[in-house]
Design a binder for this molecule. Structure first.
Ligand code: ADP
Ligand code: TRP
Length: 327
């Protein structure tokens, strides 16, 4: 029996380089040697999009097609949609029984997102319960490992705490999952230097047209202290170079760093070079993605087959929990 890995994305926008390097490369590797469960967290999307959920279905389809074009293979991993597994809602209710409100209040993402995302009303109970719903996603499938970006680490810690409290209360049954964080892509910066995020408008999307990629890269922040080409730069604090490092080989990385520090080459030249490299890097993915567009039903078929595999696992966990709680 292979150990299970599981991860999910919220269908609230298009996939960007943060997903690609922070997570998707890891997911591709893991499907080879683990029992991999990958799901679309549409209920999590609803926690912030509840007032206007009109785009969730479309983003769900696009996300699945992006995953497939990137190389996730339904023969080697299980791809499903959260809302196709209603047992998750039942188990979330049990998790919410044992979770103190203070644990949810102190989750860093809770206050952070409320502050950063000013245009949405996140004072709803559903958003407050986001982390315990996420804990449920993971544990209902009895997953051992959860590949995520660095920003999700506190959610994994909380998941482990909820599991311990549940097991202490009703008996040792549920496994404690562990985060798998890919070091090289743990926090891909966006064009403005903050974490690349669809909520910040600072992303390069993996499906962006070549001319859009070129335009965006030209606006990317570099070392802010380097005003002139003749000033020496610091590549370590340059978001452009952090993105470059994700696709470049060791020679090219060393070369950029040396000539930036020596003030021999300017940021504009580096931007042009990175834009060309990114366009070439994404082209094979984008070609596969265009092929998949020809069969619009494919995503729905993959999700149906995935639900048929994942749901029995959830049903079994929930049946066991009912028994343990004594319902
Ligand atoms: P977003 O922040 O754009 O809304 P999600 O919350 O849907 O993205 O993230 C899905 C997965 O991708 C999570 O595991 C998250 O940690 C990872 N991820 C998202 N953005 C980045 C980034 N800029 N760098 C590294 N990982 C990221
Ligand atoms: N919170 C995750 C994010 O914003 C999405 C998510 C929901 C998730 N449930 C999960 C990730 C379970 C891993 C495991 O990206």
């Amino acid at each position: 029996m292979k150990d299970r890995v599981l991860t999910g994305y919220r269908p609230t926008g298009k996939l960007h380089l943060g997903h690609w390097f922070g997570n998707l490369q890891n997911m591709l590797a893991l499907q080879e040697s683990y029992d991999a469960f990958y799901f679309v967290a549409d209920w999590h999307a609803l926690t912030s999009e509840w007032a206007d959920p009109s785009h969730i279905a479309q983003f769900t389809t696009e996300m699945v097609l992006d995953w497939l074009a990137a190389g996730l293979d339904p023969a080697r991993c299980t791809i499903y949609r959260q809302s196709d597994i209603p047992e998750i809602a039942e188990m979330a209710l049990y998790f919410n029984m044992v979770t103190p409100m203070s644990w949810l209040e102190r989750t860093p993402s809770y206050k952070e997102q409320q502050q950063q995302i000013g245009d949405k009303d996140l004072s709803n109970v559903g958003f407050f319960l986001y982390p315990s719903l996420m804990a449920t996603d993971i544990v209902i499938m009895r997953s051992r490992y959860v590949p995520v970006g660095e920003d999700q680490a506190p959610h994994l810690e909380l998941t482990r705490e909820i599991v311990r409290r549940f097991n202490n209360t009703y008996g040792e049954y549920l496994p404690e999952p562990q985060a798998l964080i890919e070091k090289s892509g743990a926090r891909v910066p966006g064009l403005d230097g903050r974490k690349m995020s669809k909520s910040y408008g600072n992303g390069i999307f993996i499906n962006d047209d070549p001319d859009v990629i070129r335009k965006k890269v030209m606006t990317c922040l570099t070392d802010p202290a380097r005003k002139l080409k003749t000033d020496a730069g610091d590549p370590d604090i340059c978001p452009l170079h952090q993105i470059h490092k994700l696709i470049a080989d060791a020679n090219s990385i060393a070369d950029w760093e040396r000539c930036c520090r020596a003030a021999e080459c300017g940021c504009v030249a580096h931007k042009k070079a990175l834009a060309d490299d990114l366009v070439a890097y994404l082209e094979p993915f984008q070609a596969r993605r265009r092929e998949l567009d020809a069969n619009p039903d494919y995503a729905a078929e993959v999700l149906a087959a995935g639900a048929a595999k994942a749901r029995p696992v959830a049903t079994e966990t929930v049946a066991q929990l009912r028994q343990m709680i004594g319902l």
